[in-house]
Design a protein around this ligand. Structure first.
Ligand code: PMP
Ligand code: GLN
Length: 394
């Protein structure tokens, strides 16, 4: 989207308009369609976590928390990293609580980018990456992940690194493809960071949504502990996306760097929710296992439904998104397809083209979110199955 005639918006922000998620959710509300566009669950997370938030509000924990986040939550984050990955962080110096992963990513980029510094990321990329790189005065360089396995060409990645390259921004498990980067791929990225003295910014918000393979944090690779900013959030793992509690784990100097920018973005956020997420992070292992199993059933339900409806589906190894190719239906343009979908059959999806710089790579791809109740997914599938002619798009 552009801003025609807007005299105020700065050059580097002109390519950004309303996010695709806001646009598609508004379309879902307007048309009453089932919203498989924006990734948010249609059920709340654990009742005890919600209760902990209510209790914190009632107990008067409503004023500014400390700049780094409340000590109990920093400790819970450090314990979580130890419990799931065996990595040790000092909660006093190596953990920062943020307003979701979004702020963590923005604060990192804002604090490390000199004007013109290059940030390498993989396309399709989560929309805020491009905007945050631009806000920070950086320049994005993209490496394309290609279907069916969404692998990348290691030489292309190596060749993308130049004298101005500052960091690689990695998202695994990956939105929107559902790819979980393999150990070999991560090793290749780690080697490059070490050889070329690059930082790694790792967005791991789907760390607990892995169906196939394993989530391996890049920070665990040799040489990466001191050059990685590890980012995650509670939104996806605990199904409270509106609370916006995220965190950063990094060595002290790097953490302090990120904190410097964070202080002047939101200063602090979500005091009572920070307390509730302590309860969430301390949930027993069964919570995390049940969560992924429940999501696996939802994935399988939507995947078989989309396949039956004629889409070419790329099975996601992680996240709660499925990317599908619309060309077998006789359609070609994902944006037109998604714009017409609510009227056509009462379902909303997201066109993946918005996550690409190389538009041709993503023109025919659309994304469906499956973090919805099974009966909602079944109804969406029935609606898609009811369409007999997909070729009417303009
Ligand atoms: N990164 C990715 C890949 C996402 O899909 C999202 C959406 N939740 C975010 C970051 C933002 O996370 P948060 O809501 O915690 O800011
Ligand atoms: N992460 C969510 C998604 O990919 C959207 C969050 C947002 O709307 N910014 O659908």
């Amino acid at each position: 989207m552009t801003h025609p005639g807007d005299p105020y918006i700065k050059e580097q922000m002109r390519e950004f308009g309303e996010t695709i998620f806001a646009e598609m959710s508004a379309l879902a509300i307007k048309t009453g369609a089932i919203n498989l566009g924006q990734g948010f669950p249609d059920t709340d997370g654990p009742a005890e976590v919600a209760e902990a938030a209510v209790k914190a509000i009632r107990d008067g924990l409503n004023q500014y928390p400390p700049g780094l986040g409340i000590p109990e939550l920093r400790k819970a984050v450090a314990e979580h990293q130890e419990r799931f990955y065996g990595t040790t962080f000092d909660p006093e110096r190596e953990v920062l609580i943020t307003a979701g992963a979004t702020e963590a990513i923005a604060a990192t980029l804002l604090s490390i980018c000199e004007p013109g510094d290059e940030i390498i990321t993989f396309e399709p990329y989560y929309d805020s990456y491009a905007a945050s790189i631009s806000l920070a005065g950086g320049v994005r360089k993209v490496i394309t992940l290609r279907a069916p396995d969404y692998s990348f060409d290691p030489d292309e990645l190596k060749n993308a690194v130049g004298p101005r390259t500052k960091a690689i921004l990695l998202n695994s498990p990956h939105n929107p493809t559902g790819k979980v980067f393999s150990r070999d791929e991560l090793q290749c990225i780690a080697d490059l960071c070490n050889d070329r003295d690059l930082l790694a910014i790792c967005d791991e918000v789907y760390e607990h949504l892995v169906f196939e393979g394993e989530h391996i944090p890049l920070i665990q690779f040799s040489g990466m502990r001191d050059r990685t900013v590890q980012i995650s959030s509670a939104g996806k793992t605990f199904s409270f996306t509106g609370w916006k509690i995220g965190w950063v784990c990094a060595q002290p100097a790097l953490l302090e760097t990120v904190r410097t920018a964070k202080q002047f973005l939101t200063f602090v956020n979500g005091a009572p929710f920070q307390h509730a997420i302590v309860t969430a992070l301390n949930l027993p292992l069964t919570y995390f296992e049940d969560f992924v199993e429940d999501m696996r059933q939802k994935r399988d339900c939507l995947m078989s439904g989309l396949t039956a409806a004629g889409f070419r589906v790329f099975p996601p190894a992680g996240t709660y998104f499925i990317t599908a190719d619309i060309r077998p239906l006789g359609a070609a343009d994902g944006r037109d397809f998604c714009t017409a979908l609510p009227e056509r059959c009462g379902v909303v999806a997201v066109p993946n083209v918005v996550f690409y710089d190389n538009k041709e790579e993503g023109r025919h791809l659309v994304r469906f979110a499956f973090c919805k109740r099974i009966e909602v997914l079944e109804e969406a599938v029935n609606r898609l199955l009811g369409v007999t002619d997909w070729t009417i798009e303009g």
